[in-house]
Design a protein around this ligand. Structure first.
Ligand SMILES: [Zn+2]
Length: 335
């Protein structure tokens, strides 16, 4: 279990313990780490040096620079690095297969990092999504709308009052649930093949989805091609530059690799949007009504205990704002 591994292999600062250095994959980095750790145990210099050794150079998908990516900490067996240029965070993971991960377990409390009970909290989620639809209509009042990662279709049901809606969802049971409720939803990844079957659209939404994508830049680029000039892309995701994220480090509530792979900051979002020819029309940190069951689920998880479902709190929601999640509206310029 990833959570248990975290507790055994990382200390309270998120640094990795010696047992992790015995990994079977002896890459160059790991040999260096091991040698460093043995030579200069527990000195301050060692910590700085070890961290520098773990820094890497990557071409950043947000700012496009071949830049130093600073090693921050390890979480759930993944190295977390941050682009020095724009602040984009990335989780380095090996062998994570999204198709085998996003099953019904993920939405029903069977995974400590998933949703407590997604279907059980439909009423609260739909109230929240109705607010999101209202927000989107300030930028685009009607037209065609595509929801990428639409889960059980709760957002689409709110949006279809004003828009001609369709969705894409990777989890087969969730997509099937959508179709049974009359929605036009395709199963699969938002790749060229699937998107090629859809027409162009006026609004594309990715609600807490972009951080899960294997390659968000490529996906957004494909989506831009499906967007009519003047159309908008609405994204919600965590803010890696937020105070809470910086203070909490490896313990930040959204620091959950390997399902969260990318951690955008305002600057990295701006950089990626600009390089894809999009304009950032709006960026804020909205209040959100969160099911009490999800709050208790996440608090329990952060305290290191195994989460349990609490039936009564499914019907209750609390307005929450930790100012660590952002909502962005990107516009494709009219020709
Ligand atoms: Zn960058």
């Amino acid at each position: 279990m990833p959570e248990e591994r975290t507790q055994h292999s990382e200390d309270s600062n998120g640094r990795t313990g010696p047992e992790d250095l015995r990994g079977s994959v002896a890459t160059f980095d790991r040999v260096e780490e091991g040698a460093t750790a043995i030579a200069t145990l527990s000195t301050k210099n060692h910590e700085v040096f070890e961290s520098r050794v773990r820094d890497r150079s990557h071409v950043c998908l947000a700012c496009g620079q071949a830049s130093v990516h600073r090693f921050l900490y390890r979480k759930n067996g993944c190295d977390i690095l941050r682009c020095e240029q724009c602040g984009l965070g990335r989780a380095e993971t090996m062998g994570f297969d999204p198709e085998s991960y996003y099953t019904s377990d993920y939405f029903s409390g069977q995974r400590p990092d998933g949703y407590a009970d997604y279907i059980g909290t439909e009423n609260i989620l739909r109230r929240e999504f109705a607010g999101t639809v209202e927000f989107i209509r300030k930028f685009r009042a009607s037209g065609r709308l595509l929801d990428v990662g639409c889960a059980y279709g709760f957002f689409l049901h709110e949006a279809k009052r004003f828009f001609d809606v369709s969705g894409i969802e990777l989890a087969e049971d969730a997509a099937e649930h959508c179709r049974r409720s009359g929605l036009n939803v395709f199963t699969g990844q938002a790749d060229e093949t699937l998107l090629g079957r859809l027409g162009t659209t006026d609004v594309i939404v990715l609600l807490d989805v972009i951080e899960h994508l294997p390659s968000p830049r490529d996906t957004i680029a494909l989506l831009v091609n499906r967007l009519d000039p003047g159309g908008i892309i609405v994204i919600t995701t965590g803010d890696f530059g937020s105070l809470y994220s910086r203070v909490a480090g490896a313990h930040w509530r959204l620091m959950t690799p390997p399902q969260h792979l990318w951690f955008f900051s305002q600057a990295s979002m701006q950089a990626m949007a600009t390089s894809l020819g999009l304009e950032v029309e709006h960026l804020d940190h909205p209040w959100k009504v969160v099911p009490l069951s999800l709050i208790s689920f996440q608090l329990t998880r952060m305290s290191g205990l195994r989460p349990k479902r609490i039936a009564i709190s499914n019907r209750l929601g609390l307005p929450v704002n930790l100012f660590d999640a952002m909502r962005i509206v990107l516009r494709k310029p009219s020709r």
